[in-house]
Design a protein around this ligand. Structure first.
Ligand code: HEC
Length: 103
């Protein structure tokens, strides 16, 4: 079930119509996350499915990642830092972190 959903999500992403279908994807696009992130492929930042994988068993993942997305940070995936997003709506960022962890 989960796998087929994931597969469907990948197909949507590769066909480029995910923006209309997935609210998380829309938020990610609106907040420019997709400039540096992709679901499956490494861009400037780590792919979101790898982030979800890494934090799958970490009960503090949500808080840590929310902090990171709001305030920026570096050193977990490489030397390139993620810039802070102080202008972004905190509710949007919460929804985004939940969405990233579900990839
Ligand atoms: C300018 C490029 C850039 C943008 C824009 C960007 N990121 Fe990142 N992101 C990065 C980089 C680089 C890293 C890896 C940082 C590190 O090594 O700790 C990262 C890491 C992450 C992580 C994992 C953090 C960790 O500690 O493991 C999450 C989650 C994340 N980004 C989400 C987002 C979200 C959500 C947005 C949109 C609001 C966003 N990013 C926008 C470059 C970016």
């Amino acid at each position: 079930m989960k796998a087929s959903l994931l597969l469907a999500a990948c197909l949507l992403v590769t066909t480029g119509i995910a923006h209309a279908e997935d609210p998380g994807m829309t938020l990610a696009a609106q907040n420019a996350c997709l400039t540096c992130h992709d679901i499956q492929q490494k861009k400037i930042g780590p792919p979101f499915h790898a982030v979800a994988e890494r934090y799958r068993n970490d009960p503090q993942a949500f808080d840590k990642l929310l902090y990171k997305v709001q305030h920026g940070g570096a050193g977990n995936w490489g030397n390139y830092p993620m810039p802070p997003n102080p202008q972004a709506n905190p509710d949007d960022l919460k929804a985004l972190v939940k969405w990233v962890l579900a990839q």
